[in-house]
Design a protein around this ligand. Structure first.
Ligand code: ASP
Length: 323
């Protein structure tokens, strides 16, 4: 009897969380990726998880929980126990834009704790091969000549590809008809098959198809070219000066997760980002690694808030309707 009471008191004691943090992790961890398998978010998570498990000494599983621009997967992570075993992978779309588009039922800043900022890349304007345009100017002329709005694949309202499409509409005045998918992996399959006209895609998702010649690339949305695809001009060079957008990613855990556990996850992610093999794989996809002073949980928190301040006005002005 006394033993049971004592055990109960120990479990309730304020240092209980610290004790759990000391033994963390003692079973597999799950990263919830809110988009389809085979897409850019999935690819980055799998590359990092492979290496993070070495440092953490536990398996890391990837769970693709798709739909509603990634907001369903993030919701799943938010509602998980704050014990470090469920990690939310996301990006500018899921952890910034979705807050301006959906009635989320969770707050992207106060219901999550930042863990680490992950690599970023510019977007790339790509079309199906059947589009008869050799450069961005010709593409814009072709899009303008269409009798009905050209179709643009996205990973759902609020996803990176959707925000990039909205931004593209804003700078060109061209109206697009969005075709939402559960990730840009299935959108890319349809672009290659010629079912949709274009995607303003993450470079890391398009680069292999561009190299294989199965789609056409017109410009990357940055002021400098992507080293791994240096024949593709920037938007500044190709005729849309100032159309810049970088899609960054990150990891979060539910609010209330002990600081020590966040520190362990952060250290494992930083270790993975510093690994030469991992860097090579990420760079080969055209991804840029964050600067070393950007890798603390606090740096991601500050960055996320700054991005909310930057993007919400444009997204709210676009008045995106979701069912
Ligand atoms: N990151 C998404 C994916 O993995 C795509 C997007 O945000 O547009 O499919």
């Amino acid at each position: 009897m006394w033993k049971a009471i004592l055990a109960g008191l120990i479990a309730l004691a304020p240092w209980g969380g610290h004790a759990r943090a000391e033994t963390f992790p003692s079973h597999p961890i799950t990263i919830v990726v809110p988009f389809s398998a085979g897409g850019p978010s999935d690819a980055m998570s799998r590359i990092l998880a492979e290496r993070m498990k070495v440092k953490l000494g536990e398996t890391i599983l990837i769970e693709n929980v798709t739909g509603a621009g990634g907001s369903i997967g993030v919701g799943r992570a938010v509602r998980s126990p704050p014990d470090g075993y469920t990690i939310s992978f996301g990006h500018l779309g899921t952890h910034v834009a979705n807050g301006a588009i959906y009635k989320l039922g969770y707050d992207l800043v106060t219901d999550l704790e930042p863990v680490v900022l992950l690599p970023s890349n510019p977007m790339i304007i790509v079309s199906k091969n059947a589009v008869p345009a050799k450069n961005l100017e010709e593409l814009l002329a072709w899009l303008r000549s269409r009798p009905t709005p050209p179709t643009a694949g996205t990973a759902g309202a609020g996803s990176g590809s959707h925000i990039a499409g909205l931004y593209f509409e804003k700078v060109t005045g061209i109206k697009l008809q969005y075709v939402p998918y559960r990730g840009t992996a299935p959108a890319m399959t349809d672009l290659v098959a010629g079912q949709i006209d274009l995607i303003v895609d993450q470079t890391s998702n398009s680069i292999a198809q561009v190299r294989a010649g199965t789609i056409r690339a017109y410009a990357v949305t940055d002021s400098k070219r992507v080293e791994q695809a240096s024949d593709i001009p920037t938007t500044d060079e190709a005729g849309l000066p100032g159309f810049h957008m970088t899609l960054w990613s990150g990891l979060w855990v539910p609010k209330g997760t002990p600081k020590e556990i966040i520190a362990k996850l952060n250290a494992a992610a930083v270790d993975a980002l510093n690994d030469p093999g991992v860097r090579k794989q990420l760079e080969n996809l055209g991804l840029q690694l964050p600067a070393p002073n950007q890798l603390s949980p606090e740096a991601l928190g500050t960055w996320q808030k700054a991005e909310i301040a930057k993007w919400w006005p444009m997204i709210k002005a676009a008045n995106v309707k979701v069912e």
